[in-house]
Design a binder for this molecule. Structure first.
Ligand code: HEC
Length: 109
């Protein structure tokens, strides 16, 4: 059921977004900036100050995440997929390509 749901969601996203034509795998920071728009409700991209969640300026220069885990690309991806402590889960809301773009953008902050 879950698998079916995410397949349907992926198909809907692929049809709905011209960006899906872009091959997945390599992140594009410019596109990631747009993907980040809903995240900006809770995160400042240009400050370390807390909004709802931690400010993300300089995120990839940090050693640790707010949840105490080591700051690695995998753990940041995990945070985006799973959310937690007030952050929604984006696992089924973003395509893998959009997540790649988002990570590429977060690395520029
Ligand atoms: C409703 C508010 C909300 C939204 C929307 C949201 N987040 Fe979060 N986010 C949080 C909170 C709260 C935390 C802190 C979780 C914790 O303390 O473990 C967090 C943590 C994070 C972290 C870890 C930061 C750190 O220093 O440990 C990252 C990265 C992150 N969010 C990225 C995103 C991205 C990317 C999006 C959009 C796809 C997003 N968030 C959307 C609330 C939100």
């Amino acid at each position: 059921m879950d698998r079916f749901r995410s397949l349907v969601l992926c198909a809907a996203l692929a049809v709905g977004s011209a960006a899906a034509v872009f091959p997945a795998g390599k992140g594009d920071a410019d596109k990631g900036k747009e993907v980040f728009q809903p995240c900006a409700v809770c995160h400042f991209p240009d400050s370390e100050d807390k909004k709802m969640g931690p400010g993300l300026k300089g995120l990839f220069k940090r050693d640790k995440m707010a949840n105490g885990k080591k700051l690695t690309e995998g753990n940041v991806r995990n945070q985006i997929d799973e959310g937690g402590k007030g952050m929604p889960s984006y696992k089924d809301m973003l395509t893998d390509g959009e997540k790649d773009d988002l990570i590429a953008y977060l690395k520029t902050l």
